[in-house]
Write a new protein. Structure first.
Length: 317
């Protein structure tokens, strides 16, 4: 595996590049506290060797891991949970109650992924997802506080990207582990003048714009100093990024609602979303060529268009 794939932050937090898709695309977070450890999101089965290597590099044994926390059960976040748990004898899986059954028995989760990505791509990218023993699963509740070696981690129910999504407030660092609720911020789009850029993720199948807005506003009420994004890493300037995120989401929804429901809608939606992101990135000061930007965002354009279409179809039924 390439070096370095771990970035050490303050407050005992490490960003582990899971190696999924491309460098600095998909993160797992390793949190250390008083000789104990927790992972937030895991990447895929292919990510497990990196997570175990990051644990060893921090001087921690597999038995020191108390919790594996899935922000939600999409496979780029939780596909490696079961395989990782096999290597962590003391760990409990912490998961949203609506997602727990899918990580205990991944059959329906895998079937859904195959419908979105195709069977060959699921086999290549994720492998055979392993279930977790139900006795090792801790289901969260809204506002639940988990005692992690004396460090409180608070769970907020944050639908909008998915109904089985929660975000984790870490008072110690004044930050949220946001999964996909606070969008995507790829380091390729950082600029010296403006810092990080961000975009929404509306992937299938449970995108709900008003619920997402409420979830973001709820997190902002904590006045976080940073957000820990699975895609990718820690970002600051939270109010600015929240404004950018919601502005783009509104533009995407408006575009989608204006399109006729015909065979050309998907392509038009993906093309229109690309134009929204390009305009935003130019205002941000990004100097990458349009073709390079669209290539970096190709997967997100496809999935965002799919997820928006599911929401539109559900809205008009």
């Amino acid at each position: 595996m390439p070096e370095p794939f771990v970035q050490t932050l303050d407050h005992g937090i490490h960003v582990v590049d899971t190696g999924f898709h491309r460098p600095m695309f998909d993160a797992s977070f390793l949190i250390e506290e008083r000789g104990r450890a927790a992972f937030v999101d895991t990447g895929t089965n292919h990510s497990v060797p990196r997570l175990l290597a990051a644990l060893a590099a921090a001087g921690l044994a597999p038995g020191a891991v108390d919790f594996v926390i899935a922000t939600h059960v999409h496979l780029d976040h939780a596909g490696g949970v079961g395989l990782l748990m096999q290597q962590l004898p003391a760990a409990r899986l912490v998961v949203h109650p609506l997602g727990a059954r899918h990580l205990i028995d991944p059959t329906r989760l895998m079937d859904s992924a195959r419908r979105v990505y195709g069977a060959d791509e699921v086999a290549r990218s994720y492998g055979d997802v392993v279930g977790v023993d139900a006795e090792r699963v801790l289901r969260t509740a809204d506002d639940m506080v988990l005692d992690f070696a004396g460090r409180p981690l608070k769970f907020l129910d944050t639908p909008g990207h998915a109904r089985h999504h929660h975000c984790i407030w870490d008072e110690r660092s004044r930050g949220f582990f946001t999964g996909d609720t606070f969008g995507l911020s790829y380091r390729e789009f950082d600029t010296a003048a403006a810092g990080a850029w961000i975009m929404p993720t509306t992937t299938p199948i449970q995108f709900e714009p008003e619920a997402l807005r409420r979830s973001i506003q709820r997190m902002l009420a904590y006045r976080p100093e940073c957000m820990y994004l699975t895609h990718y890493g820690r970002v600051t300037e939270v109010p600015r990024l929240a404004g950018l995120l919601l502005e783009q989401m509104d533009a995407m929804v408006a575009l989608a609602l204006a399109l006729p429901n015909d065979d050309a809608r998907h392509a038009a939606m993906a093309r229109g979303f690309g134009e929204i992101y390009l305009k935003s990135l130019r205002a941000h000061g990004c100097t990458l060529a349009d073709a390079q930007i669209l290539d970096l965002l190709a997967l997100d354009l496809e999935l965002n268009a799919q997820g928006m279409a599911v929401w539109l179809n559900r809205k008009t039924r």
